[in-house]
Design a protein around this ligand. Structure first.
Ligand code: F6R
Length: 260
């Protein structure tokens, strides 16, 4: 696992945006796995800027989002489909029919989640999957205890996750209790994982994910099983790590090597 510790949230967003721009330049028809929540917002703003400045085009890109609240219409103010439209899709040249978010109002959840997995396979698999992390260690909405073999499915949200997300809904009662989410097994199949975390509130989840035992009780620790995972942190989120000096040495050497 590559651990990159940067000065602040803006540098984390810049790193992720540059990473995506490079990916799309190298492979214009890339399949990008996207996330919602507060963490990726800065990255999306920088991707919009890059598009507006003519530095990148998303016209041949396909996207798959990690999750959607169960029961929310795609137009609902707090649905992840709407979040993605407002935060990114409406501002770039991605083809709307190639953007995928699980349908939270599907009548047949099993058929919807199976079709979602099949669509990822049909698109050729995800090239780069962007991830955030919950304070309870969840990735996508795979809450503690989720199997590392799990696939896209309906999942119960923990009270902690619902409390964390109540800030968007105005009240805890309005936060859905369930979500459709890609599984940890589905996420681990992406060719590259890019997990972002900012702020001290994420420090414990990051320390457990990066340096703790690999365990279903901390879904983020599944990243230790992936051969190409990069964890990009600001100083606050990195606070609980014991090997900071080593991670910095690795980055320094990598920078030296790429200069050659
Ligand atoms: C959202 C998602 C979640 C969030 C996590 C952190 O698509 O998959 O795992 O990444 O809940 O959310 P923020 O960034 O709001 O702290």
């Amino acid at each position: 696992m590559r651990v990159v510790v940067l000065e602040n949230a803006d540098s984390v967003a810049q790193f992720a945006a540059d990473f995506f721009v490079q990916q799309v330049k190298r492979k214009p028809n890339s399949v990008l796995g996207l996330a919602t929540g507060s963490t990726p917002l800065g990255t999306y703003r920088k991707l919009i800027e890059a598009y507006q400045a003519g530095r990148v085009s998303f016209k041949d890109v396909t996207t798959f989002n990690l999750d959607e609240y169960y029961g929310l219409e795609p137009t609902h103010e707090q649905s992840y489909r709407r979040f993605m439209r407002e935060s990114l899709f409406d501002h770039i040249d991605v083809e709307p029919s190639r953007t995928h978010v699980p349908l939270g109002t599907a009548n047949n959840v099993e058929a919807e989640t199976e079709a979602y997995e099949a669509a990822i396979v049909a698109a050729g698999g995800i090239d780069v999957q962007l991830l955030g992390i919950g304070t309870d260690g969840h990735i996508a909405f795979n809450e503690p205890g989720s199997s590392f073999a799990s696939r896209t499915r309906l999942k119960t949200l923990t009270r902690r996750t619902r409390q964390d997300n109540a800030r968007f809904f105005g009240s805890l009662d309005l936060v859905p209790k369930l979500a459709l989410t890609m599984g940890i097994g589905s996420i681990l199949e992406a060719r590259q994982l890019l997990l972002l975390a900012c702020g001290e509130g994420k420090a414990e989840a990051i320390a457990k994910s990066v340096e703790g035992p690999v365990s279903a009780i901390c879904p983020g620790s599944a990243l230790q099983l992936h051969r190409r995972a990069i964890v990009v942190l600001d100083k606050g989120a990195a606070k609980g790590l014991s090997q900071l000096e080593y991670y910095a040495d690795c980055e320094m050497n990598l920078n030296e090597l790429t200069k050659v």
